[in-house]
Design a protein around this ligand. Structure first.
Ligand SMILES: Nc1ncnc2c1ncn2[C@@H]1O[C@H](COP(=O)(O)OP(=O)(O)OP(=O)(O)O)[C@@H](O)[C@H]1O
Length: 708
């Protein structure tokens, strides 16, 4: 792992028709290196200088930029690293021109693709593949540009086990040459949201991210190297006085400015070494997380528009670039060995090597998921579960056979038969084996219980059974049966099969439900997410007060999908889990304690604290950052304003649609209504913890009372 600062390239575009000549901004050579200079607003004799990794003037060419700054980064891609290039600047500063270019004057994207293919063409001994995905972030929703817009759903953004953020369910297209790319890209570009503004006839209304993955399998070295390049054409920050946007354009503009403002906050937080970086405040920063303080190599192209008209924007862009160049990434390569590692050999190889087809997999008693090495077991999918023995009896529990053993192709001992399996392949096979092992054990347990119950039947006096003999009984033969009755053997097999089916389906349903919940949470707006979370919490609380702790626990767990960062919620789940596990009563926090906390929290918010979303410095930054980016008007605080009046005070009951009014009828009977509550407690109570109105049992001492 090596540290690498983000590189900055500034590019000043030439004047376009109708723009006035002046020297407000220029690029010049000074002291042996080039820099951008901006005229002092009040003293034209003075100029501010900005130095970056490279600076390109109005006459610079696409070829120059590519050769100096982009081409050298391709080495990183082939070394298994992720490279992110993003074009940043005010609207009409030339971002799309730089990234896409035109047919006659291609930009960074087509040049990168061409260079990748040229390079893979020089690797005849390696197996290479180039895969493409292309998405746009429009009003903070992610859409696939490789599918028709009419049918393109909003795509969720997720994080994998190793903390890497990715766009889920995105189309990934393998391309075999530059021509195929050009066709695909030309169609995708037409799907991107663009519109005319006063400043740009074809202004991008979205951020577009093209991801190219390069996979090189080196059979000699036994490695698979997966590098990636993200080419990002950001939408431009907009000054709505200049763009003359209509209301629909204003909504887009506000979303663009907001996400760029969050980008500014992220950069600031990184520079401050803040403990919490607000990546999650916009999809853009979430997706670019790896490039900003993560493990990718980054290049920021700062596009600048010439002239006095854009001086303030130029100034903002240059300030943003100056802060960004301080960000340091910990660059990591993604290189995997194609042969099994020691932990995999010890578990997988001895069992599977040379296994006869259709022999049952018999893992030793020590095998567990945890022992299957540090690998991440893929979550069971419908496809994978459903093909295990469903639909026929237990004899169909097939081993997770590798293909018939192939001759050892010079692989290390112990890896024989694994061929060129990748770590993922092996992980997947382990997962399958574990699933099958679960199925086998279920079947075994079932058959043991059948044997036991048969044994009991045999020991009890049953005149119709033959006398017991000391010799082992012959293999059970199905007896002729009277019509309409199953033989015991068939019946046993069928019961077993049904039980197995039932359990596997339960497992699948559980997985599907969890997945749906996640997907739903991903597509909801932050406000709806919060509301749904609250609704679950309200129901959970109602159940916990009824003593129905298991149901309450399930509901609280569901609520965490919508409020993953809520520590209180997690704490409550742990408490209830403890209560359920140890069979002790669970009692909610005493009221007084909570109210005090609530007041404290509200005071904190008034003072500028944001409920854990940002640090103080983040918050203070909001104003300064936005001033810098020139987007003060569009800033929305992520937390402030929810569940409160405009003046920051809590909304009284009745003014707000509280969650209790949405409770199912069966839950409301034995709960307090707001009127009952008022009668009982004399005044209304606000639960500052989760910002919703709740019913509460009379205060009791202590949090848990053992019942036994
Ligand atoms: N280096 C350049 N050489 C020639 N023309 C350029 C150059 N850069 C930009 N232009 C022209 O300037 C105009 C605006 O450029 P472009 O659309 O790329 O801006 P943008 O920053 O992507 O704008 P937006 O954020 O609104 O999408 C276009 O007509 C483009 O052809």
């Amino acid at each position: 792992m090596t540290s690498q600062k983000i590189r900055i390239a500034a590019r000043l575009r030439p004047r376009i028709a109708g723009e006035q000549e002046d020297d407000a901004v220029d690029v010049r050579d000074e002291d042996g290196s080039s820099c951008v200079t901006v005229a002092h607003p009040r003293d034209s004799g003075q100029r501010f200088k900005f130095r970056f990794s490279s600076c390109y003037g109005e006459s610079s060419t696409q070829e120059e930029l590519f050769r100096n700054d982009i081409q050298p980064m391709m080495d990183f891609v082939f070394g298994g690293m992720t490279v992110t290039v993003f074009a940043y600047g005010v609207t009409s500063s030339g971002k799309t021109h730089t990234m896409q270019g035109t047919k006659t004057d291609p930009g960074v994207i087509p040049r990168v693709v061409k260079s990748l293919f040229e390079r893979t063409g020089q690797m005849p001994h390696n197996d290479t593949s180039i895969t493409l995905s292309y998405v746009e972030i429009y009003k903070d929703d992610v859409y696939d540009l490789l599918v028709d817009r009419e049918t393109a759903p909003k795509l969720p953004v997720r994080e994998n086990d190793s903390g890497q953020v990715f766009v889920a369910n995105v189309n990934r297209q393998v391309i075999s040459d530059s021509d195929e790319f050009e066709q695909l890209f030309a169609t995708a570009m037409k799907r991107r949201s663009t519109g005319a503004t006063n400043l740009n006839r074809a202004s991008s209304r979205s951020h577009a991210i093209l991801t190219i993955e390069v996979k090189v399998t080196n059979c000699d070295a036994g490695t698979i190297t997966t590098g990636k390049v993200n080419l990002v054409d950001l939408a431009g920050s907009e000054n709505n006085k200049l763009t003359g946007n209509d209301p629909s354009r204003m909504a887009e503009s506000s979303a663009i400015n907001k996400s760029l403002s969050v980008l500014g906050q992220v950069v600031h937080a990184l520079n401050q070494g803040a403990s919490r970086i607000p990546y999650r405040n916009s999809k853009l920063t979430r997706i670019l997380q790896d490039a900003l303080g993560g493990s990718a190599v980054g290049l920021l192209i700062c596009n600048l528009a010439p002239g006095l008209k854009f001086r303030q924007d130029t100034w903002n862009t240059l300030n943003f670039a100056t802060r960004t160049k301080e960000i340091e990434n910990k660059v990591q390569a993604n290189v995997k060995e194609t042969v099994a590692k020691p932990y995999q050999q010890s578990i997988v190889a001895p069992r599977i090597v040379g296994m006869a087809p259709n022999r049952r997999v018999t893992f030793g008693p020590r095998l567990s998921v945890a022992q299957a090495g540090p690998s991440r077991l893929p979550a069971p999918s419908r496809g994978r579960l459903s093909h295990i023995g469903l639909g026929s009896g237990p004899t169909t529990f097939q081993p997770f056979g590798l293909p018939p053993t192939e001759p050892n192709q010079g692989l290390p001992a112990g890896a024989a038969g694994l061929g060129t399996l990748t770590e993922e392949d092996i992980d997947e096979r382990i997962a399958k084996a574990v699933e099958q092992e679960v199925a086998r054990r279920l079947a075994e347990r079932e058959s043991q219980s059948q044997t036991r119950s048969e044994g009991q039947r045999q020991t009890s006096p049953q005149p119709q059974l033959p006398p017991q003999s000391s010799t082992p009984p012959p293999p059970m033969q199905p007896e002729p049966i009277s019509s309409g009755l199953l033989t015991p053997l068939l019946k046993r097999h069928q019961d077993l099969d049904n039980e197995l089916k039932r359990r596997l389906l339960d497992l699948e349903n559980k997985y599907d439900r969890g997945n749906k919940e996640m997907q739903l949470a991903d597509v909801l707006s932050p406000v709806s997410k919060k509301r749904t979370g609250r609704a679950y919490v309200a129901l959970a609380r109602a159940h916990s007060e009824k003593g129905d702790l298991q149901v309450a626990l399930d509901l609280y767990r569901k609520a965490t999908t919508y409020a993953p960062d809520n520590d209180k919620l997690r704490e409550r789940i742990i408490e209830i889990e403890y209560a359920v596990k140890n069979n002790v009563a669970y009692i909610s926090e005493p009221r007084g304690q909570k109210r005090r906390k609530a007041k404290g929290k509200k005071r904190g918010k008034k003072d500028g604290h944001t409920g854990g979303c940002e640090t103080d410095s983040d918050h203070n930054q909001t104003a300064s950052e936005n001033n810098t980016l020139g987007v003060v008007d569009s800033v929305e605080h992520p937390v402030a304003g929810q569940g409160k009046n405009r003046d920051g005070t809590a909304q009284p009951l009745g003014d707000k649609k509280n969650m209790l009014s949405k409770r199912p009828a069966e839950l409301t009977d034995d709960l307090e209504t707001p009127a009952k509550r008022q009668k009982k407690y004399g005044k209304r109570e606000f639960d500052g913890n989760d910002e919703y109105w709740i019913t509460r049992a009379p205060p009791r001492d202590g949090r848990m009372v053992p019942t036994a």
